[in-house]
Design a protein around this ligand. Sequence first.
Ligand SMILES: [Zn+2]
Length: 167
Amino acid sequence: MIKIIASKNKDNSLMKQMETLSKIRTSLMNDSVAKEICEENNMGVWFLASVPINFEDLDVTAKTVNGNITLNPKLMKKSFKIIMRYVIHELVHAIQHVEDYGTKQDDKRKDYLNREDEIEAFQYQVKFDEQIRGEDKAEEYVDGLLDFHDIPSDQKRDKKEEIMEKV
Ligand SMILES: [Zn+2]
């Protein structure tokens, strides 16, 4: 048996994670972009209440496996807006997993930003970002994303338009 003794000091990171998860859930269930993601995928908004979200050490910032969203605890250092930006992106993947359940739709061999599942996730993520931080910041983010993934300069304009399509 493992005995867990709650730490009373301010560094109770488990408590902080629980608080953040509660804040994420409330915000997700009330977010217009999150609701739109459900509606456009013919998924009831009840999904926002049930999609599993937790914190766990990862080698990436966030990931979704079989509809379960996992966030890296390092995200706790970021602002809540940034945390939600990741949650919105992963929410799209969670819905994709549920919709594609039982079918093999693995295009993981394609380059990251040429994958349809990633494009859809980024489109909503950027829409969310635009609503929360404004179009300039959202556009700046997309520019950085294209640079980070080494999109050749002759393809940048099209790719940017594609990712910002829902803005
Ligand atoms: Zn993704």
